[in-house]
Ligand binder design. Structure first.
Ligand SMILES: [Zn+2]
Length: 466
């Protein structure tokens, strides 16, 4: 006899399959129809929160706002403020942050909280931990979005041969890269989640025995696997390789194609709050699933930036999160949106580039005592121009910049060139006498990993943008 929980999970998945059909239909809509849907869902959301969320009810009362509501009138919330007001923001008064945190300490699988909620957490690079709660319907939409992404890569449910999908990600059910496959594991696909924190040799061994059709992981991890495959220890032939959670550089894309010439490589972008974007074709940018959310790209002062211009952050509004509303929520990724529609004909706007996170910007001492904000892209540009660099970390220390480089064997001579080029770049940006040290390492394992995720830029210096 099946457990009632299994039956409910099946129900969630059945609903997800229906939602997926609807999502796919939106992909053929004209832009105007998509915007109409967004406005309708936004109106529902804002009406709902002004009734059910004490935080928004009070905000509207204090600011004398009434229907019809308009998104720009709503407050922008950063992670810290959001978590501070968590108990008032949620629309089910039974959800209390302290009790949810207590629950997350004991989650071991796909458990519901209060019989209907799934709870995720994130530990952002800022160190601010957040909690996300989804009711069963909202979770089905998460599942549908995940199936849509799989479908865009050519993996569809109910295909004749059940595809084997391996995600190398966070080994925690509190993270969606593990929890989503877990909740959907009813036999449509063969799912495996391997921990990104495991030693590479162990992952190689497991991958050789599983032989995935689809391989998903953080780009930094995929980069390590390229070496393993090229050196013959790893021997797999995935048809689809998908990177996410970190920028997938064009250099890594080339390396992946060289190691697996027959595979298709995709870049996926997602946040636990429900913002998702995905490439239709390589190098066409990532379609934002705007039927599920509204994205505002803004500068430091929250003014919208035009498409084609680099923003300082994203303000994200989830159009399906009614339990824990996410409205104009700050995401620190710096992105450029395309100003033209995609040639593929989908109505969604595209992220052309993700230039790191604004908390990855390092502030270095410049000439005449001013601070110079050095964007991560400057480090990437220099470091990725060296084919011999396999992996790197940029560490900002009180006495300067330390570049920790993992090189191809026997290429120690590049260190000096790297240092010189980096110094030239920093000087050109206005940094005064940049102090750069290169440390050659054989592994960057287990340093500054967040839920198995790599961090390329680390600051050990108290810094501010003031
Ligand atoms: Zn497209």
């Amino acid at each position: 006899m099946k457990e009632p929980h299994t039956v409910r999970r099946l129900g969630d998945l059945a609903r997800a399959i229906a939602y997926r059909q609807a999502l796919i239909r939106h992909e053929c809509w004209p832009r105007a129809r998509l915007e109409e849907l967004q406005q309708r869902r936004l109106a529902d959301l804002l009406n709902w929160v002004t009734q059910k969320s004490p935080f928004y009810r009070e905000f509207c009362r204090a600011h004398r706002l009434g229907p019809p509501y308009s998104l720009p009138d709503f407050p922008i919330l950063d992670k810290k403020t959001y978590m501070k007001h968590f108990d008032e923001i949620v629309t089910d008064p039974r959800l209390r942050l302290s009790e949810l945190q207590e629950h997350t300490a004991h989650v071991s699988g796909d458990e519901y909280y209060l019989g209907k909620y799934r709870v995720l957490t994130t530990a952002g690079s800022s160190g601010q931990k957040t909690v996300m709660v989804f009711n069963r319907k909202e979770w089905s939409i998460q599942e549908a979005a995940s199936m849509r992404i799989a479908g865009m890569m050519g993996v569809v449910p109910f295909s004749l041969r059940r595809p084997t999908i391996v995600t190398i990600g966070s080994p925690s059910p509190l993270h969606d890269s593990y929890r989503l496959p877990l909740s959907m594991n009813v036999g449509l696909y063969r799912y495996y989640v391997l921990p990104a924190t495991a030693p590479v040799e162990e992952l190689v061994q497991q991958l050789n025995s599983i032989q995935p059709h689809v391989l998903r992981g953080f780009p930094s991890m995929l980069g390590l696997l390229v070496t393993e495959q090229l050196q013959g220890r790893l021997n797999i032939n995935p048809c689809i390789i998908a990177g996410g959670g970190e920028p997938l550089t064009s250099e890594l894309r080339k390396q992946l194609q060289a190691a697996w010439p027959k595979s298709s490589v995709f870049d996926i972008y997602g946040t636990q709050e429900g913002l998702r974007a995905m490439e239709c074709n390589p190098s066409q940018g990532l379609h934002i699933f705007e039927d599920l959310g509204i994205v505002e790209v803004v500068d430091e002062n929250n003014r919208p930036v035009p498409d084609g211009t680099l923003g300082h952050k994203i303000l994200f509004t989830s159009l399906f999160g009614f339990t824990q509303p996410v409205i104009r929520y700050e995401i620190s990724d710096m992105v450029v949106l395309a100003s033209e529609p995609c040639p593929c004909g989908q109505p969604f706007r595209r992220i052309l580039a993700i230039n790191g996170r604004n908390d990855d910007v390092l502030y270095l001492k410049g000439r005449a005592g001013r601070q110079v904000a050095v964007h991560p892209v400057h480090f990437w540009n220099v470091l990725e121009s060296f084919a011999d660099i396999r992996q790197y970390q940029v560490v900002h220390e009180p006495d300067g910049i330390c570049l920790r480089l993992m090189l191809e064997e026997g290429n120690g001579h590049v260190a000096r060139n790297v240092r010189e080029q980096m110094a030239r770049k920093l000087r050109a940006l206005g940094v005064e006498r940049p102090s750069i040290r290169v440390e050659l390492v054989t592994a960057l394992e287990d340093r500054s990993r967040h839920m198995g995720k790599w961090k390329n830029i680390i600051s050990n210096v108290n810094q501010s943008s003031q």
